[in-house]
Design a protein around this ligand. Sequence first.
Ligand SMILES: Nc1ncnc2c1ncn2[C@@H]1O[C@H](COP(=O)(O)OP(=O)(O)OP(=O)(O)O)[C@@H](O)[C@H]1O
Length: 303
Amino acid sequence: MSERTLEIDRVSKRFGDITALDSVSFDIRPGELFGFVGSNGAGKTTAMRIVLGVLAADSGEVRYDGEPVGHETRTRMGYMPEERGLYPKMKVLDQLVYLAQLHGLPANEAHRSAEDWIGRLGLSERRGDEVQKLSLGNQQRVQLAAALVHDPDVLVLDEPFSGLDPIAVDVMSQVLREKAATGVPVVFSSHQLDLVERLCDRVGIIRSGQIVGYGSVADLTANAAPRITVVAPGAPWGWAAALPGVRVISEQPESTVVELGPDVDDQAVLTAALATGPVHEFARHRPSLAELFRNAVTEGSVA
Ligand SMILES: Nc1ncnc2c1ncn2[C@@H]1O[C@H](COP(=O)(O)OP(=O)(O)OP(=O)(O)O)[C@@H](O)[C@H]1O
């Protein structure tokens, strides 16, 4: 495995009867933005906690730069936990300086870095406020600053975009891109699939503790069955349901989306659509990440 890669290798974790992770493997390469997606309860937070050593795995291993991750490496990681982890009564600047020092930065560097991130994340006017007095979105900005303030070698963020306004989403996206561009592996979980599709080099889709999709969005969608959107205003309801090798994905009054099975000729769909009346649109396309995700979590594997 190449240098500075974060590897999650066959990690399993049970909580009583629940298998939260079942031999989960994926890696995040240096300089890569990796999106970790899955339904509620799929196992994302558990996996991230194991990477950070907040939880112990039952089996499997987490490695960074080819070595099992231990305490020393974890001090070089930046983590944004889902439950957030700030001290509510501490002031923004004091908190960031404290956290930077906790990760080993000398006082002057801790101050400089905290001030840099406060400025960068638009928190200058809030630097003297107690964290508990900030809006949720601003608390989230502080949480991001806390993950970055010690200039980490690895960044692990649990739903960093949840609850952010569009400007804050842009700032967060830009910061993550820049951080990855310095050669840091960056992994984040999110339910905002359009954002993941736009930002990430690769994604992992987890379902009930198992990875069911893994790779670049382009590769995953290239391997997925093609779809056709047909706009035929005169078509009766259910017109496509009986076409051989075709699965109806959605049907609205004028517009139907179908998925083609292997070796199915799209012209057969067009012929059937024309038989119902005029066809205003006939567009072949690959599914989006959100569509792939729905397939993966309802039906199983996409890759
Ligand atoms: N401390 C715990 N004790 C018992 N069960 C747990 C514990 N932590 C997580 N679980 C269970 O493990 C499974 C995975 O949960 P996890 O929080 O990792 O999911 P998630 O993908 O992060 O979900 P969400 O998108 O809702 O945050 C769930 O069934 C959850 O109920």
